[in-house]
Design a binder for this molecule. Structure first.
Ligand code: HEC
Ligand code: HEC
Ligand code: HEC
Ligand code: HEC
Ligand code: HEC
Ligand code: HEC
Ligand code: HEC
Length: 473
């Protein structure tokens, strides 16, 4: 791509040459003015810009005005400067990378963030222009994608730039990994690049990587980002420079049951025949190769989806199913799941034997299975508290219990459910896949089990207390 860009630039500058070079010269002169004044206004930016590979392009270095336009040229018209979007990078040069990015999960990050109940009603610095919470990480996604809540129940539609225009900063997307104003490829290839977002509470991939043999050897052996003995995040997740990131299980370790899975459940749960037959209509065909189809697991997953309001009390898909699962692509169809699994295994197979790799994936899949079984038990206990009238659904909630209320959960038992969903279960399975045994067990599985014990005991106490109240009445 870079090579094409150069060829194109040479052609273009030759054309300008043939027809008179006034345009180039004007741009250069203006650019010198930008640099001169910005040498005192923002010297750091000028220094980084001059050090950028794009400035080193021999025939036609990229100029400030290519990205910021000519509109602002004095200290009094600063607000006229245009701040670039991801489309600006594509229009001028890097269309391939944008097309790939649009196909991957990063592009959906802004839409995904807004699909959450917990996003709404927060102070704006957390979710909006302040970029100091959800929005600070999720601005890697494209703004202005409209889904079911804006009247588009099928494909996502663009709002034609409306939402972007409401934000002065933070529309560039690509600068999440190629930071301004040096925009280096080598920076993007370093796993530390991913670490400001992929860390912490619910997705500590950085910490898990750095406590796995892969990360440790990367660190010991001079941080080789392209040709080391162990892979970087990028080598596993952006192989061959592909900008479309996505994994089989995804962030939440979700897998939507297939038609066949659900219809088979009817044998063991005949009382649910009507609900299951109706649910099956919405589900994909096919099967997940090499992953267990145990009916008990299917049922456990259904209970988790119910607690997230993705399936309703009657096991039917809700608007959240469409928004989060289908449009936000929080789970993959069997064919996509299988395709990505095969690609990932092939990467491991560069350095490890096939059976070794399969063993690792089976073990990690099984962690999700076991965690789901434990989690479903805890959810069931809380669902029963609602069923038996010991807990009352808050007026402004659509579903209860509702895992997606996050930390706004009202009771101790629901706070614990939230921690299991977003912290412990995540760490258990993400730690397994990233070969961090400590994250898998002591930060994941162990607190999850402890939390479930708290929930079961607390539910019992609540029942006892409710009985006493009844007797006293
Ligand atoms: C005469 C001085 C001067 C010149 C010439 C100048 N700028 Fe600026 N520019 C400024 C000042 C001052 C600011 C505001 C800096 C601040 O707030 O600290 C600014 C801000 C900016 C911003 C940020 C806008 C924002 O909303 O944050 C961009 C982008 C920018 N300039 C680009 C350029 C480009 C491109 C050129 C050349 C076409 C240029 N500048 C020429 C003085 C100048
Ligand atoms: C600015 C923050 C940010 C940076 C930097 C970042 N990511 Fe992400 N990443 C996100 C967000 C937010 C999502 C979730 C998007 C969604 O699913 O809606 C995500 C999703 C992903 C996924 C998809 C997981 C799934 O659900 O299948 C992968 C893989 C991934 N990132 C890898 C990387 C790698 C590798 C890097 C570094 C080269 C990186 N990311 C850098 C914020 C970031
Ligand atoms: C530190 C950066 C960071 C912050 C803060 C953050 N997220 Fe995320 N979020 C991520 C990353 C990274 C991922 C992808 C993780 C993965 O795939 O393991 C993600 C994933 C998600 C997903 C899953 C999307 C999918 O389809 O899989 C949703 C929804 C989400 N975040 C919503 C939120 C909301 C709402 C907030 C604020 C209440 C928030 N996030 C705060 C970085 C962040
Ligand atoms: C290849 C494109 C590109 C070039 C060339 C470029 N910029 Fe920028 N600039 C960006 C991006 C991307 C942002 C971040 C926009 C955002 O926050 O949404 C930015 C932001 C800025 C900002 C405001 C943000 C901040 O950190 O204060 C200033 C000021 C600025 N640029 C000045 C300049 C000047 C001066 C030059 C030339 C010396 C220049 N830029 C060249 C892409 C570019
Ligand atoms: C999640 C991090 C991430 C984001 C976001 C990202 N890139 Fe990259 N980019 C990389 C990595 C990693 C490489 C190095 C790939 C490789 O191994 O060749 C790269 C390489 C590149 C290259 C050099 C390609 C080559 O073959 O030399 C270009 C150009 C590029 N990216 C443009 C973009 C554009 C444009 C965007 C926004 C649409 C973008 N990138 C967004 C991580 C990212
Ligand atoms: C050895 C290859 C490898 C390396 C290195 C690696 N990952 Fe992963 N990653 C995986 C595998 C395998 C999965 C699970 C894939 C699946 O769902 O089948 C995964 C899953 C993910 C996910 C989805 C949620 C989850 O955690 O399960 C994200 C996000 C992610 N990785 C980000 C990163 C980041 C960021 C780094 C670097 C700090 C990194 N990975 C390093 C192989 C790797
Ligand atoms: C570029 C080569 C390379 C790639 C690709 C790679 N690994 Fe590794 N991996 C290594 C090396 C080297 C070690 C350290 C070997 C040791 O512990 O003796 C290692 C260690 C491991 C370990 C720990 C072994 C132990 O004995 O504790 C596991 C598990 C593992 N890798 C799984 C994977 C999986 C799964 C993938 C693909 C998602 C993968 N690796 C991709 C090179 C690689």
């Amino acid at each position: 791509m870079l090579r094409w860009c150069l060829v194109l630039n040479i052609l273009l500058s030759n054309m300008v040459f043939a027809y008179g070079n006034s345009a180039t010269t004007n741009a250069q002169i203006t650019n010198d003015k930008c640099i001169k004044c910005h040498n005192s206004a923002t010297p750091g930016i000028v220094k980084q810009y001059l050090d950028s590979p794009m400035t080193q392009l021999i025939k036609k270095p990229v100029l400030c005005v290519d990205c910021h336009s000519f509109k602002h040229q004095t200290a009094d018209d600063v607000e006229e400067a245009i701040l670039p979007t991801a489309d600006s990078c594509a229009e001028k040069c890097h269309n391939d990378q944008l097309v790939q990015m649009r196909e991957g999960k990063h592009n959906l990050a802004w839409f995904g963030m807004k699909s959450q109940v917990a996003y709404h009603g927060q102070p704006s610095p957390i979710t909006g222009e302040g970029y100091r919470g959800c929005s600070g990480c999720h601005k890697i996604g494209q703004k202005g994608l409209m889904g079911i809540h804006q009247g588009y129940p099928n494909e996502l539609e663009s709002d034609g730039g409306q939402e972007i225009s409401e934000y002065r900063y933070g529309n560039a997307q690509c600068d999440a990994c190629h930071t301004r104003h040096s925009f280096k490829k080598s920076e993007a290839q370093d796993p530390r690049t991913c670490s400001n977002c992929h860390m912490g509470f619910d997705h500590p991939q950085w910490e898990m990587y750095m406590s796995s043999k892969h990360g440790i050897i990367w660190d010991i052996e001079k941080n080789d980002n392209v040709d080391g003995r162990t892979p970087t995040c990028q080598q596993c997740h952006m192989a061959k420079g592909n900008h479309s990131v996505r994994t089989s299980w995804g962030f939440l370790g979700l897998r939507i049951p297939t038609k066949k899975n659900v219809l088979e459940l009817i044998k063991s749960a005949p009382n649910l025949e009507e609900a299951l037959t109706s649910l099956a209509k919405y589900l994909p065909n096919g099967n997940y190769t090499g992953v267990d189809d145990d009916p008990e697991w299917v049922l456990d997953r259904a209970i988790i989806l119910q607690a997230a309001g993705i399936l309703d009390a009657n096991l039917q898909p809700t608007e959240r199913f469409i928004e989060i699962v289908v449009q936000g692509e929080a789970a993959n169809s069997p064919s996509r799941f299988n395709e990505m699994r095969a690609e990932m295994k092939a990467i491991c197979n560069d350095c490890h034997a096939k059976d070794f790799v399969t063993g690792h994936f089976n073990a990690s899949d099984n962690i999700i299975k076991s965690a789901d079984h434990e989690f479903a038990k805890a959810i069931k206990a809380v669902q029963d508290l609602y069923k038996d009238g010991i807990l009352q659904k808050p007026e402004d909630w659509k579903y209860a219990p509702d895992l997606l209320q996050y930390y706004d959960a009202k009771t101790k038992v629901e706070q614990e459910l939230y921690l299991i969903m977003l912290e412990y279960r995540q760490r258990a399975f993400q730690g397994a896949f990233h070969v961090s045994n400590d994250y898998m067990h002591w930060y994941g599985w162990a607190p999850m089990k402890a939390s479930i014990n708290i929930i079961l005991q607390e539910a019992k106490n609540m029942r006892e207390a409710a009985k006493t109240v009844k007797i006293l009445k």
